[in-house]
Design a binder for this molecule. Structure first.
Ligand code: ADP
Ligand code: ZN
Length: 224
């Protein structure tokens, strides 16, 4: 294994399958999966001050303010499990967040190794999001059309109950996609200019096929 930490970012629209890939990458490459969406949802569930501040933004499909999520990541990246690398999922989502991340990493004498874009055309995203379900107990994701559980409403892994996220209703989904194209898509050019962007086609293929590409790219970055 190379000496440099494997610091990576997963980029992709809501519904691109980012979270599904993240669940596979983390154990395969021994990096912690850091999802700002998961951290924020936990805060909402726990009724913390952060959760109370974030809930209205999330339910509407809008972004939580930059200073809030930048603070979350700044704190998270100081934990010792990130020493050998990390995988960010859902952060950065704005150019301001990306610049803040670059600065944090530079201060720690680190830099992103790879930004993986999972590329799915807009038309397919709405359909995917509407079918999305997750396990209440273990968090495993499913899709009623593309990746159904063996038994309707029940998690294959742990038998937990499947539910639909509050922000996967149609109006909020449409807004999340608009927010992505306006605020997050500019990051594609930002990272391409840095020479660290890699794109994986995410449409019309099952998660195993996408993961095969992802693995090849990450193994290359790990060796570099
Ligand atoms: P998805 O990628 O499926 O839309 P996430 O689970 O990543 O969902 O995020 C859910 C919500 O949490 C977002 O719609 C937004 O309100 C908030 N959120 C997550 N990450 C960020 C971030 N980096 N900046 C601002 N808001 C965020
Ligand atoms: Zn489960």
């Amino acid at each position: 294994m190379a000496g440099l930490p494997l610091d990576i970012v997963l980029l992709g629209a809501p519904g691109s399958g980012k979270g599904t890939q993240a669940e596979r990458i983390a154990p395969a490459f021994a990096v912690p999966h850091i999802s700002t969406g998961d951290i924020l949802r936990d805060a909402v569930k726990g009724g913390t001050a952060l959760g109370l501040a974030a809930k209205a933004f999330m339910d509407a499909g809008n972004l939580v303010p930059d200073e809030v999520v930048i603070g979350i990541i700044r704190e998270r990246l100081t934990l010792p499990d990130t020493t050998a690398g990390f995988m960010l999922d859902g952060f950065p989502r704005t150019l301001e967040q990306a610049a803040a991340l670059d600065e944090m990493l530079a201060d720690a004498q680190r830099a992103l190794r790879l930004v993986l874009l999972i590329d799915v055309p807009a038309e397919e995203l709405v359909q995917r999001l509407a079918g999305r379900r997750a396990c209440r107990a273990c968090g495993r994701g499913y899709n009623v059309v593309f990746d159904p559980p063996r038994v309707v409403g029940v998690c294959d892994v742990c038998g937990g109950e499947l539910f639909q996220r509050d922000d996967d209703n149609e109006a909020t989904v449409r807004n999340r996609l608009a927010v992505y194209s306006r605020q997050t898509e500019p990051l594609i050019g930002y990272y391409r200019d840095q020479g660290i962007l890699a794109t994986v086609p995410g449409a019309g293929r099952d998660p195993d096929q996408v993961f095969a590409d992802v693995q090849t790219l990450l193994a290359g970055a790990q060796r570099a």
